[in-house]
Design a protein around this ligand. Structure first.
Ligand code: HEC
Length: 267
Protein backbone atom coordinates (compact mmCIF):
# COMPACT_ATOMS: atom_id res chain seq x y z
CA UNK A 1 0.00 0.00 0.00
CA UNK A 2 2.78 2.37 1.00
CA UNK A 3 4.76 1.43 -2.10
CA UNK A 4 1.68 2.04 -4.23
CA UNK A 5 1.18 5.51 -2.83
CA UNK A 6 4.86 6.27 -3.45
CA UNK A 7 4.47 5.25 -7.08
CA UNK A 8 1.41 7.46 -7.34
CA UNK A 9 3.28 10.35 -5.76
CA UNK A 10 6.17 9.91 -8.19
CA UNK A 11 3.68 9.85 -11.05
CA UNK A 12 1.95 12.99 -9.84
CA UNK A 13 5.32 14.73 -9.45
CA UNK A 14 6.33 13.64 -12.97
CA UNK A 15 3.11 15.08 -14.37
CA UNK A 16 3.62 18.26 -12.37
CA UNK A 17 7.17 18.68 -13.65
CA UNK A 18 6.21 18.02 -17.27
CA UNK A 19 3.24 20.37 -17.04
CA UNK A 20 5.60 23.19 -16.06
CA UNK A 21 7.49 23.01 -19.32
CA UNK A 22 5.74 26.04 -20.81
CA UNK A 23 6.84 28.52 -18.13
CA UNK A 24 10.53 27.79 -17.94
CA UNK A 25 13.45 28.78 -15.79
CA UNK A 26 16.44 29.20 -18.08
CA UNK A 27 19.94 29.02 -16.64
CA UNK A 28 22.63 31.48 -17.70
CA UNK A 29 26.01 30.43 -16.37
CA UNK A 30 28.53 33.07 -15.36
CA UNK A 31 31.75 31.41 -16.37
CA UNK A 32 35.21 32.54 -17.52
CA UNK A 33 34.11 36.16 -17.03
CA UNK A 34 31.24 35.75 -19.51
CA UNK A 35 27.46 35.37 -19.33
CA UNK A 36 26.82 32.09 -21.14
CA UNK A 37 24.79 32.53 -23.26
CA UNK A 38 25.15 36.30 -23.36
CA UNK A 39 22.10 36.73 -25.59
CA UNK A 40 18.95 34.80 -24.78
CA UNK A 41 15.38 35.01 -26.13
CA UNK A 42 12.67 33.74 -23.78
CA UNK A 43 8.89 33.61 -23.55
CA UNK A 44 6.84 36.07 -21.56
CA UNK A 45 6.61 34.71 -18.01
CA UNK A 46 9.85 32.69 -18.14
CA UNK A 47 12.55 33.19 -15.51
CA UNK A 48 16.30 33.51 -15.84
CA UNK A 49 18.55 31.95 -13.23
CA UNK A 50 22.12 33.28 -13.25
CA UNK A 51 24.57 30.86 -11.64
CA UNK A 52 28.10 31.99 -10.85
CA UNK A 53 30.59 29.27 -11.75
CA UNK A 54 33.70 31.45 -11.43
CA UNK A 55 35.73 31.65 -8.27
CA UNK A 56 35.63 35.44 -8.77
CA UNK A 57 32.50 37.18 -7.52
CA UNK A 58 30.10 38.58 -10.12
CA UNK A 59 26.67 40.24 -10.32
CA UNK A 60 23.79 40.35 -12.76
CA UNK A 61 22.84 44.02 -12.78
CA UNK A 62 20.24 45.57 -15.08
CA UNK A 63 21.52 48.52 -17.14
CA UNK A 64 18.22 50.24 -16.29
CA UNK A 65 18.04 49.53 -12.56
CA UNK A 66 15.39 46.83 -13.01
CA UNK A 67 17.28 44.22 -11.00
CA UNK A 68 20.52 43.67 -9.17
CA UNK A 69 21.59 40.29 -7.90
CA UNK A 70 24.09 41.75 -5.39
CA UNK A 71 27.43 39.92 -5.23
CA UNK A 72 27.25 36.26 -6.20
CA UNK A 73 30.09 34.10 -4.94
CA UNK A 74 31.06 30.75 -6.50
CA UNK A 75 27.96 28.52 -6.75
CA UNK A 76 25.50 31.26 -5.78
CA UNK A 77 22.56 32.09 -8.03
CA UNK A 78 19.96 34.77 -8.66
CA UNK A 79 16.58 34.25 -10.36
CA UNK A 80 14.30 36.84 -11.92
CA UNK A 81 10.94 36.36 -13.65
CA UNK A 82 10.41 38.37 -16.87
CA UNK A 83 6.75 39.35 -17.10
CA UNK A 84 7.18 42.25 -19.52
CA UNK A 85 8.12 42.00 -23.18
CA UNK A 86 11.16 43.81 -24.53
CA UNK A 87 14.93 43.84 -24.71
CA UNK A 88 16.77 43.92 -21.39
CA UNK A 89 20.51 44.58 -21.16
CA UNK A 90 22.62 43.93 -18.10
CA UNK A 91 26.22 43.75 -16.91
CA UNK A 92 28.41 42.64 -14.04
CA UNK A 93 28.74 45.50 -11.57
CA UNK A 94 32.22 44.33 -10.56
CA UNK A 95 33.45 43.71 -14.14
CA UNK A 96 31.54 46.21 -16.34
CA UNK A 97 33.01 44.68 -19.52
CA UNK A 98 30.83 41.62 -18.92
CA UNK A 99 27.51 42.30 -20.65
CA UNK A 100 24.41 40.34 -21.63
CA UNK A 101 20.97 40.70 -23.19
CA UNK A 102 17.64 39.03 -22.50
CA UNK A 103 14.92 39.41 -25.14
CA UNK A 104 11.39 38.64 -23.94
CA UNK A 105 8.83 37.83 -26.60
CA UNK A 106 5.49 39.68 -26.63
CA UNK A 107 2.41 37.76 -25.47
CA UNK A 108 1.47 37.18 -29.12
CA UNK A 109 4.97 36.01 -30.06
CA UNK A 110 4.88 33.64 -27.08
CA UNK A 111 1.53 32.20 -28.21
CA UNK A 112 2.84 31.75 -31.76
CA UNK A 113 5.98 30.04 -30.43
CA UNK A 114 3.98 27.65 -28.23
CA UNK A 115 1.52 26.98 -31.07
CA UNK A 116 4.46 26.06 -33.30
CA UNK A 117 6.25 24.02 -30.62
CA UNK A 118 3.12 21.89 -30.08
CA UNK A 119 3.62 20.59 -33.63
CA UNK A 120 7.35 20.85 -34.26
CA UNK A 121 9.27 20.57 -30.96
CA UNK A 122 10.35 17.27 -29.44
CA UNK A 123 8.76 15.36 -27.83
CA UNK A 124 6.02 15.98 -30.39
CA UNK A 125 2.64 16.65 -28.81
CA UNK A 126 0.86 16.70 -32.18
CA UNK A 127 2.83 14.94 -34.94
CA UNK A 128 1.01 16.28 -37.99
CA UNK A 129 2.32 18.01 -41.08
CA UNK A 130 0.77 21.39 -41.74
CA UNK A 131 0.10 22.64 -45.23
CA UNK A 132 1.40 26.20 -45.02
CA UNK A 133 1.32 26.91 -48.77
CA UNK A 134 -0.17 30.34 -49.37
CA UNK A 135 -0.77 30.88 -45.66
CA UNK A 136 0.64 33.22 -43.04
CA UNK A 137 2.61 30.79 -40.84
CA UNK A 138 2.39 33.01 -37.74
CA UNK A 139 -1.39 33.18 -38.06
CA UNK A 140 -1.56 29.38 -38.42
CA UNK A 141 0.61 28.85 -35.33
CA UNK A 142 -1.47 31.35 -33.36
CA UNK A 143 -4.48 29.24 -34.39
CA UNK A 144 -2.65 26.13 -33.19
CA UNK A 145 -2.20 27.81 -29.80
CA UNK A 146 -5.89 28.75 -29.55
CA UNK A 147 -7.20 25.36 -30.74
CA UNK A 148 -4.75 23.16 -28.82
CA UNK A 149 -3.81 25.11 -25.72
CA UNK A 150 -7.01 27.07 -25.11
CA UNK A 151 -10.00 25.83 -27.09
CA UNK A 152 -10.00 22.18 -26.05
CA UNK A 153 -11.45 21.34 -29.49
CA UNK A 154 -9.83 17.86 -29.40
CA UNK A 155 -11.94 16.86 -26.40
CA UNK A 156 -14.96 16.66 -28.65
CA UNK A 157 -13.65 16.68 -32.22
CA UNK A 158 -10.85 14.05 -31.98
CA UNK A 159 -11.77 10.51 -31.26
CA UNK A 160 -9.97 9.26 -29.28
CA UNK A 161 -8.40 12.56 -28.20
CA UNK A 162 -4.99 11.00 -27.44
CA UNK A 163 -2.79 8.49 -29.27
CA UNK A 164 -2.64 4.92 -27.98
CA UNK A 165 -0.13 4.74 -25.11
CA UNK A 166 -0.12 8.55 -24.79
CA UNK A 167 -3.15 9.26 -22.63
CA UNK A 168 -2.16 11.81 -19.95
CA UNK A 169 -5.11 10.73 -17.80
CA UNK A 170 -3.39 7.35 -17.45
CA UNK A 171 -0.08 8.94 -16.50
CA UNK A 172 1.30 8.36 -20.00
CA UNK A 173 3.32 10.97 -21.91
CA UNK A 174 0.79 13.12 -23.72
CA UNK A 175 0.46 13.02 -27.48
CA UNK A 176 -2.64 13.97 -29.41
CA UNK A 177 -4.17 11.40 -31.73
CA UNK A 178 -2.77 12.62 -35.04
CA UNK A 179 -4.47 10.02 -37.26
CA UNK A 180 -7.98 11.32 -36.76
CA UNK A 181 -7.04 14.73 -35.40
CA UNK A 182 -10.18 16.90 -35.36
CA UNK A 183 -11.94 14.45 -37.69
CA UNK A 184 -15.02 14.42 -35.44
CA UNK A 185 -17.36 11.46 -35.15
CA UNK A 186 -17.80 11.58 -31.40
CA UNK A 187 -21.40 11.11 -30.26
CA UNK A 188 -23.02 13.34 -27.66
CA UNK A 189 -26.45 11.76 -27.38
CA UNK A 190 -27.98 12.30 -30.82
CA UNK A 191 -25.39 14.94 -31.76
CA UNK A 192 -22.19 13.93 -33.55
CA UNK A 193 -19.19 16.25 -33.56
CA UNK A 194 -18.28 17.53 -37.02
CA UNK A 195 -15.19 16.72 -39.04
CA UNK A 196 -13.19 19.96 -38.91
CA UNK A 197 -10.44 18.89 -41.33
CA UNK A 198 -10.28 20.46 -44.82
CA UNK A 199 -12.58 19.14 -47.54
CA UNK A 200 -11.36 18.51 -51.10
CA UNK A 201 -11.49 22.24 -51.84
CA UNK A 202 -9.41 22.96 -48.71
CA UNK A 203 -12.26 24.45 -46.66
CA UNK A 204 -12.15 23.28 -43.01
CA UNK A 205 -15.40 21.49 -42.07
CA UNK A 206 -16.44 22.44 -45.60
CA UNK A 207 -17.23 26.00 -44.52
CA UNK A 208 -16.01 29.40 -45.76
CA UNK A 209 -14.37 31.86 -43.36
CA UNK A 210 -17.60 33.89 -43.29
CA UNK A 211 -19.68 30.79 -42.47
CA UNK A 212 -17.16 29.74 -39.83
CA UNK A 213 -17.25 33.11 -38.06
CA UNK A 214 -21.05 33.13 -38.27
CA UNK A 215 -21.44 29.65 -36.75
CA UNK A 216 -18.91 30.38 -34.00
CA UNK A 217 -20.74 33.61 -33.12
CA UNK A 218 -24.37 32.60 -33.58
CA UNK A 219 -24.51 28.77 -33.55
CA UNK A 220 -26.17 28.78 -36.99
CA UNK A 221 -25.75 25.27 -38.41
CA UNK A 222 -24.19 25.81 -41.86
CA UNK A 223 -25.57 22.46 -43.08
CA UNK A 224 -29.17 22.89 -41.86
CA UNK A 225 -30.21 26.57 -42.04
CA UNK A 226 -32.38 27.56 -39.09
CA UNK A 227 -30.89 24.81 -36.93
CA UNK A 228 -28.80 25.78 -33.88
CA UNK A 229 -25.64 23.78 -33.21
CA UNK A 230 -25.93 21.78 -30.00
CA UNK A 231 -23.21 20.74 -27.49
CA UNK A 232 -20.66 22.86 -29.40
CA UNK A 233 -19.59 25.70 -27.01
CA UNK A 234 -20.20 28.43 -29.60
CA UNK A 235 -21.76 30.76 -26.96
CA UNK A 236 -18.28 30.82 -25.38
CA UNK A 237 -16.11 30.81 -28.52
CA UNK A 238 -18.34 33.49 -30.07
CA UNK A 239 -16.79 36.05 -27.71
CA UNK A 240 -13.37 35.69 -29.36
CA UNK A 241 -11.94 38.53 -31.43
CA UNK A 242 -12.00 38.41 -35.24
CA UNK A 243 -8.22 37.97 -35.12
CA UNK A 244 -8.56 34.81 -33.01
CA UNK A 245 -11.39 33.26 -35.06
CA UNK A 246 -9.45 33.98 -38.26
CA UNK A 247 -6.36 32.33 -36.75
CA UNK A 248 -8.41 29.23 -35.83
CA UNK A 249 -9.73 29.09 -39.39
CA UNK A 250 -6.20 29.44 -40.83
CA UNK A 251 -4.99 26.59 -38.60
CA UNK A 252 -7.93 24.30 -39.46
CA UNK A 253 -7.29 25.02 -43.16
CA UNK A 254 -3.71 23.79 -42.81
CA UNK A 255 -4.21 20.48 -40.92
CA UNK A 256 -4.25 17.16 -42.80
CA UNK A 257 -7.54 15.85 -44.12
CA UNK A 258 -8.66 12.93 -41.94
CA UNK A 259 -11.60 10.61 -41.47
CA UNK A 260 -13.13 9.75 -38.10
CA UNK A 261 -12.07 6.54 -36.37
CA UNK A 262 -14.60 3.76 -36.02
CA UNK A 263 -17.25 4.57 -33.39
CA UNK A 264 -15.92 1.64 -31.30
CA UNK A 265 -12.69 3.61 -30.80
CA UNK A 266 -14.66 6.48 -29.32
CA UNK A 267 -15.79 5.67 -25.84
C1 HEC B 1 -18.07 20.08 -25.85
C2 HEC B 1 -17.75 19.50 -27.14
C3 HEC B 1 -17.20 20.40 -28.22
C4 HEC B 1 -16.11 21.23 -28.17
C5 HEC B 1 -15.18 21.48 -26.97
C6 HEC B 1 -15.97 21.81 -29.48
N1 HEC B 1 -16.95 21.36 -30.29
FE1 HEC B 1 -17.28 21.94 -32.22
N2 HEC B 1 -18.96 20.78 -32.30
C7 HEC B 1 -19.36 19.90 -31.32
C8 HEC B 1 -20.53 19.17 -31.79
C9 HEC B 1 -21.28 18.08 -31.02
C10 HEC B 1 -20.83 19.67 -33.05
C11 HEC B 1 -22.05 19.30 -33.92
C12 HEC B 1 -23.24 20.02 -33.35
C13 HEC B 1 -24.54 19.75 -34.04
O1 HEC B 1 -24.52 19.11 -35.11
O2 HEC B 1 -25.58 20.24 -33.54
C14 HEC B 1 -19.82 20.67 -33.35
C15 HEC B 1 -19.77 21.42 -34.51
C16 HEC B 1 -18.73 22.26 -34.88
C17 HEC B 1 -18.65 22.96 -36.14
C18 HEC B 1 -19.71 22.96 -37.22
C19 HEC B 1 -19.28 22.22 -38.42
C20 HEC B 1 -20.40 22.05 -39.43
O3 HEC B 1 -20.09 22.08 -40.61
O4 HEC B 1 -21.56 21.85 -39.01
C21 HEC B 1 -17.45 23.62 -36.13
C22 HEC B 1 -16.85 24.47 -37.25
C23 HEC B 1 -16.81 23.36 -34.86
N3 HEC B 1 -17.62 22.54 -34.13
C24 HEC B 1 -15.58 23.88 -34.49
C25 HEC B 1 -15.03 23.74 -33.22
C26 HEC B 1 -13.81 24.38 -32.79
C27 HEC B 1 -12.90 25.21 -33.67
C28 HEC B 1 -13.65 24.05 -31.47
C29 HEC B 1 -12.54 24.52 -30.53
C30 HEC B 1 -12.28 25.96 -30.51
C31 HEC B 1 -14.76 23.20 -31.10
N4 HEC B 1 -15.58 23.04 -32.17
C32 HEC B 1 -14.94 22.68 -29.84
C33 HEC B 1 -18.78 19.73 -30.08
C34 HEC B 1 -17.71 20.47 -29.58
Amino acid sequence: MIRKSHTLLALIMLLFVSSLSFAETITINIKDFKFQPDNKTINLGDSIKWVNQDSSPHTSTSDNNLWDSATLSLGASFTRIFDKAGKFTYHCHIHPGMIGTVVVRTAEQTQIKIGKDIITANPKQLPIKLNLAGKNADQVYLGSYIVNAQGGCVDCHSCPSYAAGHDPYKGEIKQFNSLSYLAGGKAFGPFISANLTPDTSGKPAGVTLAEFKDLMRTGNDPDVPGNTLQVMPWPVYGMMSDRDLEAIYAFLSSIPKATPSLPSACP
